[in-house]
Ligand binder design. Structure first.
Ligand code: ADP
Length: 482
């Protein structure tokens, strides 16, 4: 519909509006075709005008020179008679006719030219603007002439000199040229439309493919990817960027889904235990004091587990939504470590806890979460180190070209972590060998290290780990100082 000329002529505004909502390929095609049309029209007009002007001008010059020649010859004293034109006073192609006062022809070099009486009636009323104003344009059927007249006072007599110059051939040539230029313009325009339409459709084909693929992608089915076009252009870049974005989104969705299902799974166990004990209590608890005690303490411990789990989940949810607020301030690390270790020593009865070295150093961070991070590592060390084990902390000031750091190492001689698990333990809900640790009465959620690594990330702290099964684990923290 967009290419209908009639419609464009009748409702140009409506068609422009329609073009605004057309496909990109149509827009590009129309735009370039319009530009080409303009260029073609301009070139044709200028060529036509140039040729037209120079042809008319040539005829004018020849007429004017012929007139000058005649005047010169007369000044030299030649008589006006039928021999007058012998010396080629006029240019070839220029016709001269001389009449006396009675209108009698005294000289003519070509008798075939139209009679003078009819000159007036064949005069073109509105000659082209570029035609010389001192001359007239005559049109006899399909022959066109330039005509100029001058009156000459010669030996007391007034003679009229009539000059003609035919420009019929030039005019025909120009008319043919005009037709050709017009046809070429129209042809060029339609060719541009056609070529533009096909080429732009071809070029933009990858975009259409992308649209089709993108439509198929849904939350449940995020594994399809766009076909990356082989040419290295913007479309390839777009497809690659889109695919990367999809991969990230897919990973995010999967993580979210796993998080929800893991969280529900973790919450199910304490709830089942609580339900079991409440059943037990309702049946035997009233009579049996032992069952009552065990039931109450188990329900309490499971509820505490649940509370811890929910708190951790909330922390991570806030972190994911970037709502976890951090109040950063200058923290004296030696004070924080000394305080944390003192509290640890107070509550830890089965392990030796010692702070071997504690250098001074100021860090910029959120006191509550940094303390929480230390607690997570230390809690793990107590949880995964058998009774009688040793937990030791050293905090060493180091200066490197990149800046000042506090190197804090938290070491235990506990069960250790196998090399293949050392990366995974930082993932949410990941726990090593749950059956064994659970059997030892160790409760955990698998969220502690994820929270610790989030806190570290927020403070620019690098975490690394050295660990060997059965020998123990050391967590290395490289904390930037101010
Ligand atoms: P959890 O609540 O289970 O302790 P974490 O995220 O803190 O969760 O730890 C993930 C897993 O990493 C733990 O289940 C444990 O198997 C292992 N782990 C963490 N710290 C230590 C450590 N100091 N020694 C041995 N294993 C550890």
């Amino acid at each position: 519909m967009l290419f209908g000329i009639k419609a464009w002529l009748r409702h140009p505004r409506l068609m422009l509006d329609r073009l605004r909502y057309a496909q990109i390929s149509t827009k590009i095609t129309c735009f370039y075709a319009a530009v080409l049309l303009l260029v073609l029209i301009l070139t044709s007009t200028l060529t036509g005008l140039g040729v037209y002007f120079s042809f008319y001008h040539q005829a004018e010059v020849e007429l004017e020179m012929s007139m000058n020649n005649v005047l010169n010859v007369l000044e030299q004293g030649r008589s006006i008679d039928m021999d007058f034109g012998r010396d080629d006073v006029v240019f070839p192609g220029v016709v001269l006719r001389i009449t006396d006062m009675t209108g009698q022809v005294v000289y003519e070099n070509d008798s075939r030219f139209p009679p003078l009486k009819r000159v007036e009636e064949h005069r073109v009323k509105n000659p082209p603007f570029w035609a010389n104003k001192n001359m007239q344009v005559l049109q006899f059927r399909n022959a066109t002439f330039y005509y100029a007249r001058m009156d000459v006072d010669y030996r007391g007599q007034i003679y009229q000199m009539h000059f003609f110059k035919t420009i019929t051939a030039e005019k025909h040539f120009l008319e043919t040229l005009q037709k050709i230029l017009f046809l070429m313009t129209i042809l060029g325009f339609f060719l541009a439309l056609l070529a533009g339409f096909f080429v732009s459709r071809r070029i933009l084909q990858p975009i259409r493919d992308m649209i089709i693929t993108a439509r198929k992608i849904e939350v449940e089915k995020m594994d399809s990817r766009l076909l990356v076009p082989p040419a290295r252009d913007e479309l390839t870049e777009l497809a690659e960027t889109f695919n990367h974005m999809l991969s990230r989104l897919e990973a995010g969705f999967k993580q979210q889904q796993r998080f929800v299902s893991d969280a529900s799974h973790e919450l199910r166990t304490p709830v089942t235990v609580i339900l079991g004990y409440s059943d037990l209590l309702s049946r035997w608890g009233r009579e049996d004091a032992e069952v009552l005690d065990e039931g109450i303490s188990s329900i309490r411990s499971e509820a505490e587990n649940m509370q811890q789990l929910i708190e951790k989940l909330l922390f991570l949810a806030r972190a994911d939504q970037k709502r976890q607020v951090l109040h950063k301030e200058n923290i004296e690390l030696s004070e924080l470590l000394a305080d944390t270790m003192k509290k640890m020593q107070l509550v830890t009865k089965d392990h030796t806890v010692e702070l071997l070295r504690n250098d001074d150093g100021l860090m910029y961070g959120d006191l509550v979460t940094v303390r929480q991070m230390f607690r997570i590592f230390l809690d793990n060390s107590t949880k995964y180190t058998p009774k009688g084990g040793r937990i030791s902390v050293t905090s060493r000031y180091v200066e490197e070209p990149q800046g000042k750091f506090m190197q804090v190492d938290l070491a235990d001689n506990g069960v250790g972590i196998a090399p293949e698990d050392q990366q995974k333990v930082f993932e949410r809900f990941y726990r090593v060998d749950t059956s064994r640790t659970k059997a030892q009465g160790v409760s955990g959620t698998g969220l502690g290290l994820s929270i610790a690594s989030w806190i570290a990330e927020q403070h620019g702290i690098e975490i690394s780990m050295t660990s060997a099964l059965g020998q123990g684990t050391t967590i290395h923290l490289k904390i930037p100082l101010i």
